[in-house]
Every structure is written in C-alpha cells, then in structure tokens.
Design a protein around this ligand. Sequence first.
Ligand code: FES
Ligand code: FES
Length: 161
Amino acid sequence: MTAALPISLQVNGERIDAQVLPRLNLADFLREHLKLTGTHVGCEHGVCGACTVRVNGDIVRSCLMLAAQTHGAIIETIEGLSDSGEIADLQAAFRDRNALQCGFCTPGMLIAAQDLLLHDATPDRERIREHLSGNYCRCTGYQAIVDAVESTAQARMGRTP
Ligand code: FES
Ligand code: FES
C-alpha cells in the first residue's frame, strides 16, 4: 500500500493541511478534496487548459502537477480570483460579449486572460489569441473571447472600448 504524503499549502488565502497519495494530481486534489469544482478537467494531458490555476503567481495546468509538489505553495483557483473581485471586470466583459456558452473552458480562460493582462496591459488581438491558444473552447469560436479581453484591457487603461 502506498503511503500518503503530508502537505501544507495555501489555497485562496486559506491554509490547508492534507495527506495526499503520491500520484494524485493537483486538479483532482482541488476538486475532490477541497470541493473547488470551478477547476475543470477536460483532457487530463495538459492540452486543453480547462484546469488552469495559479501556483505562486504563475499559471499552470493543474492536471500536470502533483498535489505533493505543492507543499508550501500559494494556489489561487477561479473561486479565489472571483471572490476577491480581481477579475470582476473580465467576468462582466465575458458576460456582456457573450464570450461563454457551455462555460466549460471559462474558468481556465479567465485565469489565462488575467495572467496576460497582468503581464501586458495593452495586448493587441494577435497577442491575446496567442496567449489564449492553449485554452480550448469548443463553443464560441474565440472571437467574442478576444473581444472581451481586449475591451477589458482598454477599460483598465481608462479607454472606452
Ligand atoms: Fe488539464 Fe486539459 S485538463 S490541460
Ligand atoms: Fe463551451 Fe468554451 S464556452 S467550451
């Protein structure tokens, strides 16, 4: 029988102490142990981006990271970013521009878009597409998503979209 490993980390500002099996990935840990089901699981192979979260400020695909690797880390999920109000304008822009349909890709898309805007306040449409190219959306055709991110960037810069 495989022994569980003790981990301590911070998730959305809360300290978490847990015992995890060595092969448990971060996405499953967040969803099944912490009930943070806003982190979606699509491909489980690092391709679709649905499981995107922030680890120590950087976006990662949580299906590719082991929970045991997060000992001492600071994790932020879509629930944390949403509750803090950090992405309230992005969320409103996605709603206003109809940038979501089924919503499966949306949490990962929002986290990736926010990551872009934190590193590049004035991305052009090509740059937005490039940054979001690892986040798959089967519903929207991407146009409305790019519109939403572009208008959020412009609003943050004090310009009327
Ligand atoms: Fe992680 Fe698709 S579920 S990248
Ligand atoms: Fe359905 Fe993007 S809104 S996958």
